[in-house]
Design a protein around this ligand. Structure first.
Ligand SMILES: [Mn+2]
Length: 77
């Protein structure tokens, strides 16, 4: 789903979801992958972790939040 479709499906006066900044994406760097960590205030608060693989952002939910200590592990599903 593109950003225009995403905006059409939502009423930003009713929810706190992001509209997008309107800024262009940074130029891709050869050999690098993008990642996104999104706080998702759904029926149960969790974090979404997205990692670019083959040009697609694959997504995992991290129900217990992000680990902040080195070596700490939190399940991503
Ligand atoms: Mn989610």
């Amino acid at each position: 789903m593109g950003l225009a479709t995403y905006r059409k499906k939502r009423d930003f006066a009713l929810t706190a979801e992001p509209k997008g900044s309107g800024k262009p994406l940074p130029k891709p760097v050869r050999g690098s992958s993008r990642f996104v960590i999104q706080k998702h205030d759904a029926s149960r608060l969790h974090y979404d972790f997205r990692l670019e693989m083959d040009g697609v952002l694959k997504s995992w939910a991290v129900p217990k939040g992000l680990p902040w200590t080195q070596g700490q592990k939190h399940l991503a599903v």
